[in-house]
Write a protein that binds this ligand. Sequence first.
Ligand code: ATP
Length: 278
Amino acid sequence: MAPPDISVEDLTYTFPDYSTGVKNISLNVPPRSRTLLIGANGAGKTTLLRLLAGKRLAPSGSIKVSGVDPFKDSLEGVTYLGLEWVLNPIVRNDIGVNELLRSVGGDAYPDRRDELINVLDIDVEWRMHAVSDGERRRVQLAMGLIRPWTVLLLDEITVDLDVLSRSEFLGWLAHETEIRECTIVYATHILDNLAGWPTHLVHMHLGTIKEWGPAEKFLGENKGTSTGNSQLGELVLGWLKADLKQRGPRNHSKLGTEGMSYLVGGFGGYGDESSEKK
Ligand SMILES: Nc1ncnc2c1ncn2[C@@H]1O[C@H](COP(=O)(O)OP(=O)(O)OP(=O)(O)O)[C@@H](O)[C@H]1O
């Protein structure tokens, strides 16, 4: 089987209403890497992930996932978990966890099923109409990940998880790339507990890739006294501030520009000493 890499060559995608989704994107995601897609709202992360998943038609030859065109050829081993998957109404029915996991092939992969139940701290006695949002999300994650994917495309799907569950889950994903030939691309705004997780970073802005490469290229080995977590947060906050400045204010004719200064100036946040993990 071809190694689970992704190559994108001068990819441009325009929506049917002629607005630009992504523009002149080139990118190589190596096998066994864990790539974070970083960018402000509207930067093009979901559009790129959907193109990689073959859910939108990219110009012929511009994308290869494990050596094949994701739209034309069947994508064996590629799992895409995004909003439409999250909104699937079946997980709100009066149905049990075991039935749900069985419906997605859980019995064919009993070891992975049990591992995911354990990592995601799922109670198999739950009825899905009577669980919390985060509990429901954990079951959904188990459902989506039971089949052993080789390329996993994640569009922020951990928002409802509590800090510990998310940390355990991210650890499990990293472990997967260490023990078998698989690759992960993850678009997220939540940078907590991600120190050391990404092997590669991709910075998107207005449908383009501004920069990408191995995480250490951006984070350095040991910068000042920052912990890994705040280092990633500071880096991303810096990127997004610069992007906003470059883009300029919206609707300036209606609002004036003075109201934007607090946005590019910032409140401190990740850059603030006090926000660092001690
Ligand atoms: N169906 C669509 N038709 C037209 N334009 C769209 C469509 N979907 C997205 N866009 C536009 O494409 C751009 C990129 O959107 P996309 O959803 O990829 O951003 P994103 O980086 O995933 O943002 P977020 O962080 O908010 O999820 C946005 O400007 C958006 O308005």
